[in-house]
Design a protein around this ligand. Structure first.
Ligand code: HEM
Length: 553
């Protein structure tokens, strides 16, 4: 009786067991979190209401699935660009808002923000971490800025100059292959596959001073890099596999681990071997030997780099940076070159004009070799490269997550925490920025006739503090490859139009197929040339003499 009366007077929780209390505590914490999240979500939604949106599929899916990564998706994005000319909002499901920016003035606050204010969004990029570690591409904060300072000298023109010979050699190997395939007159080739082997070959030579002969016979290391790149794309298409635990249970996850190990072992072995040589020879002797060969590999620059306190990069750091260069430099350049050849195949008049420019340049030479000084003497070819990078940017989207509110030129504010897509493709196809944006017109980049455009209207290599560190390397390689290709081959479109496929890199569904036809004349003027005389290349506003100085990228 007494007990009953007590239990009636004392609050129930006093009598509850510790487990009940723990449960109650956890439930309250969860409820508080849910309330806090709901509050901040609602506040965020109201702040985002000022941004226009295309029609949603429904309240749950939002815009998920409306823009596929295929040709139709690219066309839809182009159409949307006519309506939304600066920024618009999309919902990935009911709770993930993403802002897509397509105007140079609107991307400026993001691209020029300090790296800590608009860091990369790691949702997809995180998949690269086991491969690339804390290399420049993925790192952030102090580590990134220290490494960026240390690595910048690696792209000084003194280092890049001797690489031009390497580019010539790698391109020659690719062309010898093409010539063998063309024995019956012409060959139908898949460009991405051919060209990425060539870019990987060049990179391996410039980075490690290592010739794997990968264009002629299979290389385990190169195969592992190609496999890693394709596994990353495959993973990004399956939501469940975003979770590491599930991914590494799958066969693909295990293949990813194995390929990562193989790539790391290769890089580690090169670093170990170079360190041994450096310490046995000493820096001075090592540099003397290198001076004889006239080439300093990227890995040597990384090994000798020291910050303002005399601190070197660790072996782990060097491995991450070397792997990052291999990743960042092969697919992008291969995509760029493939689309350049495609655009020139569709525009034989521009192709012929580039060819004449190269023939003119090499007219009295013994050998068909593009040299460092020649790179600034190919103004029209450079214009064609740039126009192709505009129409088919190899990296079509850049992802950022804002760590602070960011104010846009029209006064709207991107709330802290938002994911933003800087749409390089969107800017390059924006009709407010480019007239007739779908037309391939190299004269947009005629330095003789400069157009008033924002410096951010053309950003294939991004811009601001996190722009591409390898852009001069890439431009040089593209000029050499394109000049030699047009000198030796006529490039023709395939019977089927390629369907664009934006993955991390802009590709083509089923590959980008073109036909190539060897030209018998090499660097001797073609019959058309002889009829029209050497002055033809100088005929229009693209005057070679005037452009020579200014057209280097
Ligand atoms: C046509 C060829 C190339 C294109 C279009 C290209 C494009 C880009 C773009 C758009 C970015 C910025 C990515 C972002 O902000 O998310 C970037 C960064 C980077 N690229 Fe390239 N790239 C090319 C070639 C290369 C080459 C040849 C190398 C190295 C040899 C390279 C190394 C890097 C690195 C290390 C970064 C990260 C820089 C940093 O965050 O500090 N890229 N590239």
């Amino acid at each position: 009786m007494l007990q009953l009366s007590v239990s009636g007077l004392v609050p129930a929780f006093v009598l509850a067991s510790p487990w009940h209390l723990l449960l109650l505590g956890a439930a309250s914490w969860l409820l508080a979190r849910i309330l806090a999240w709901t509050y901040s979500f609602c506040e965020n939604c109201s702040r985002l209401r000022c941004f226009p949106q295309p029609p949603k599929r429904n309240w749950f899916l939002g815009h998920l699935g409306t823009i596929q990564s295929n040709e139709e998706g690219m066309q839809l994005v182009t159409e949307m660009g006519k309506t939304f000319r600066d920024v618009h909002l999309c919902w990935l499901g009911p709770v993930i808002p993403v802002l897509r920016l397509v105007d140079p003035a609107f991307v400026a606050p993001l691209l020029h923000a300090p790296a800590l204010v608009a860091p990369k969004d790691m949702t997809f990029l995180g998949f690269l971490k086991p491969w690339l570690g804390d290399g420049l591409f993925l790192s952030s904060g102090d580590k990134w800025s220290r490494h960026r300072r240390l690595l910048t000298p690696a792209f000084h023109f003194d280092i890049l100059k001797p690489y031009v010979k390497i580019f010539n050699k790698s391109v020659n190997i690719m062309h010898d292959k093409w010539k063998r395939l063309c024995l019956e007159g012409s060959a139908r080739l898949e460009m991405f596959e051919n060209i990425s082997l060539m870019t990987l070959d060049s990179l391996q030579k410039c980075l490690f001073g290592f010739d794997s002969n990968c264009q002629e016979s299979p290389s385990e290391y190169i195969a592992a890099i190609l496999e890693l790149s394709s596994l990353i794309v495959k993973r990004s298409q399956k939501l469940l596999l975003f979770v590491d635990f599930f991914y590494y249970l799958t066969a693909d996850g295990r293949r990813f681990r194995k390929a990562c190990d193989l790539v790391h072992n290769f890089t580690d072995a090169v670093i170990r071997e170079r360190r041994r040589t450096l310490s046995s020879q000493g820096v001075d002797e090592f540099m003397k030997t290198k001076a004889k060969s006239k080439t300093l590999d990227f890995i040597d620059v990384l090994l000798m780099a020291k910050d303002e306190h005399g601190k070197e990069l660790s072996d782990e750091d060097i491995r991450a940076e070397a792997d990052t260069f291999m990743f960042g430099g092969h697919d992008t350049t291969a995509s760029a070159l493939s689309w350049i050849l495609y655009n020139l195949a569709r525009h034989p008049e521009y192709q012929e004009r580039c060819r004449q420019e190269v023939q003119e340049l090499l007219r009295d030479r013994e050998s068909e070799e593009i040299e460092w000084d020649d790179l600034a003497q190919l103004p029209f070819l450079t214009m064609c490269i740039k126009e192709s990078l505009r129409l088919h940017p190899p990296a079509p989207d850049l992802l950022r997550r804002c760590t602070q509110d960011i104010v846009l030129p029209d006064g709207k504010v991107i709330p802290k925490g938002s994911i933003c897509i800087i749409s390089v493709f969107g800017i390059h196809h924006n009709p407010s920025v480019w007239s007739d944006p779908e037309v391939y017109d190299p004269f947009r980049f005629d330095p003789e006739n400069p157009q008033k455009r924002s410096p951010l209207a053309f950003i294939p290599f991004s811009a601001g503090p996190r722009n591409c560190i390898g852009q001069t390397f890439a431009m040089n390689e593209m000029k050499v490859a394109l000049a030699l290709t047009l000198l030796r081959f006529r490039v023709l479109p395939d019977h089927k139009e390629p369907r664009r496929k934006p993955e991390v890199i802009l590709r083509a569904e089923g590959g980008l197929w073109l036909r190539v036809e060897p030209l018998s004349t090499g660097n001797k003027p073609s019959p058309i040339d002889r009829q029209q005389g050497p002055q033809k290349a100088n005929r229009t506003s693209c005057d070679l003499g005037g452009m020579r100085r200014s057209c280097c990228f």
